[in-house]
Design a protein. Structure first.
Lengths: 87, 492
């Protein structure tokens, strides 16, 4: 299953967005592409500009700091959901 | 949706217990003391029917799909948040006063979000209950007073530590059909001319404050609710005529009241928090954020009127071309528009909450309100400078209207020859109303005193990230983008 990451513009982030990517790389194979099964939008704040702009069938939105477990659980849940949906 | 006239008529159906100057007010709709505040609130209804204003004054209910007054709408987008502050500025400009209805709106929005979150954690049904209540408010186009501020007794003590346990509103009895509440809420805007009172806790609570973690709604005339309408400087001028009031039609600030809940019964369907003390701070913060968002709208609308009055009086006095006057008027505009920028910014930077409702950016909403605790003092100071000492010494309307003395006042209060003396007096009185009375302490304390905003700003200041940026710029931490630009190797 392909997992992509897209960053918001990072004008005034409320936390280090790179930490989310670091966690993702530790547990999954990811790329900077939207042509993926699950697209993770890393927003610097709760405004979450990307969530308003990006169109993709399977999006995960991050807009505030999250623990490693939370990030991993969310991605795994999304993968399971998608696995179920796919024949 | 009601129009202004229908709103005033609707008040006759309610029989709230209201005291003022040692007497009971028999009819809110007919009291000359309350009239300016009733008129200002009526504008929130009237403009919703005017094609010139309906775009900001109305919205589509996300629950019923019906067209509703925006003062009962739960924001469904950042555009809704922006329209809210546009509505605030419009009404501030139209009334030159407080139109009161925003507090209830903010209470509705805060409860929508927090009841959802409480239910997620505890499996309660507050949110569904609240939605039913919201539909009732929307369908009947009701005005709700937002009653958060408790009387608080000794400010250094928590609710349960107070010598008198009633210093914060609390639950004194839980029954099968509802709860009984006791306590009092202070400074509640538009309370006497509202249809409903929505009460919320005023601070974060601990487990021992459980009984104080209560949110509910009651009609203004519920049994046991007693209100004391607050005095304002110069309030009795209303009985003498219209000139000396400065803004006889719409008054100044919101007409606040002390609301006492003397063992008031609240049925369960109107209880939206009862004992969930761990959600008190979320509810307070959410409400405060919505409420602080407003102030760069409403106060700037009122400032538009004050700036206009200052420019007009400068003309009446023949000083409008003096360079320092032009500079002072420009400074007033700059201050006001800075506050407007803040309200717009916190709205555009708003976000979607798990409940689906949108709320403004918390940091920026607090910055908005902190500016309002300062800038109106400065623009009022400038207005007082421009108008002259006459703002504090103008003879009374009664002397002006007295045939024996009118001629003398006509002659000696004259400004420029082609400006009627009465116009000059009216403009002076308007500036007095806007820059000397309750308007300024309202800017200071309404939606919380400055220290409350400073706490919120400090909490969201994110100094660690700022320090990181400083270290990178100073060359203490690596700067990968810079290294790429210069073709330098990445330092390990
Ligand atoms: C015109 C007007 C309209 C208002 N309308 C409404 C309304 O519609 N609904 C509503 O709920 N409220 C309303 N308010 C109330 C407003 O939110 C309060 O005035 C504000 O929160 C300050 O509370 P207070 O007036 O009790 O002042 P206090 O709490 O007595 O504050 C006085 C000073 O003491 C400081 N202080 C207080 N407690 C502490 C503490 N524990 N530690 C350190 N310092 C402390 C404050 O920072 C401040 O500097 C209105 C106020 C005004 C003036």
């Amino acid at each position: 299953m392909k997992i992509g990451v897209k960053y918001c513009g990072g004008c005034n982030p409320e936390y280090r967005r790179e930490e989310v990517e670091e966690v993702l790389r530790k547990h999954f194979k990811i790329s900077y592409s939207e042509d993926v099964d699950i697209l993770i939008l890393i927003n610097g704040c709760r405004k979450a500009c990307l969530a308003e702009e990006v169109e993709h069938p399977n999006i995960l939105v991050v807009g505030s700091p999250m623990s490693e477990e939370e990030i991993v659980r969310k991605v795994e849940d999304a993968m399971k959901e998608l696995g179920k949906a796919k024949p | 949706m009601m129009n202004g006239k229908e709103y005033i008529e609707s008040l006759r159906k309610y029989k709230p217990t209201v005291y003022f100057m040692g007497k009971k007010i028999e009819s809110v709709a007919d009291s000359p003391i309350l009239a300016p505040h009733v008129n200002a609130a009526a504008m929130t209804y009237e403009l919703a029917h005017d094609p010139k204003y309906e775009d900001v004054m109305t919205a589509k209910s996300h629950l019923t799909g019906e067209k509703i007054n925006r003062f009962t709408h739960i924001h469904q987008s950042t555009e809704d948040l922006v329209k809210k502050v546009r509505m605030m500025r419009l009404l501030g400009r139209k009334t030159g006063s407080c139109f009161q209805r925003c507090v209830g709106l903010d209470a509705l929005c805060a409860l929508y979000i927090t009841t959802y979150d409480i239910d997620q954690k505890y499996g309660t049904d507050y949110h569904e209950r609240f939605k039913e209540y919201l539909i009732y408010v929307q369908k009947n186009d009701l005005m709700a007073a937002g009653a958060m501020t408790d009387v608080k007794g000794d400010r250094s003590l928590r609710p349960h530590q107070q010598a008198d346990p009633d210093m914060y509103v609390r639950v004194v009895e839980r029954r099968e059909d509802g709860i009984v509440v006791r306590g009092a809420k202070a400074h509640i805007t538009g309370a006497v001319n509202s249809h409903e009172i929505i009460a919320l806790p005023t601070r974060a609570m601990g487990e021992k404050d459980k009984d104080y973690a209560v949110a509910f709604a009651v009609p203004v005339d519920a049994e046991g609710v007693v209100m004391f309408f607050g005095r304002q400087t110069n309030d009795m001028r209303r009985l003498d005529g219209d000139i000396d009031c400065g803004n006889a039609k719409y008054g100044t600030v919101g007409g606040e009241a002390l609301i006492v809940f003397n063992d008031v019964f609240v049925p369960w369907e109107r209880v939206f928090m009862c004992g969930e003390y761990d959600f008190a701070s979320e509810l307070v913060e959410t409400f405060a954020t919505y409420h602080r968002q407003n102030y760069g709208g409403c106060k700037v609308g009122v400032a538009d009127v004050l700036i206009g009055a200052s420019a007009a009086i400068a003309e009446y006095n023949g000083v409008e071309k003096a360079s320092h006057i032009v500079d002072k008027l420009t400074e007033m505009v700059h201050l006001a528009e800075t506050c407007w920028c803040c309200s717009l910014a916190c709205s555009y930077e708003g976000f979607k909450t798990p409940s689906g409702a949108y709320m403004p950016n918390l940091l920026l909403a607090n910055v908005t309100k902190l500016n309002i605790t300062r800038f109106p003092y400065e623009w009022s100071r400038l207005a007082q400078d421009i108008v002259g000492g006459i703002v504090a010494t103008t003879p009374s309307e009664l002397d002006y209207k007295n045939p024996e003395t009118r001629e003398l006042i006509e002659k000696y209060l004259k400004g420029k020859a082609d400006v009627p003396t009465e116009h000059r007096i009216r403009m002076i009185r308007l500036i007095e109303n806007l820059s000397i009375g309750a308007e300024l302490p309202e800017s200071m304390h309404g939606a919380g005193s400055p220290a409350a905003q400073k706490i919120m700003i400090a909490r969201r200041a994110n100094l660690d990230l700022k320090k990181e940026e400083a270290k990178r710029v100073a060359g203490i931490l690596p700067d990968e983008d810079y290294q790429r630009v210069r073709g330098e190797e990445k330092k390990e």
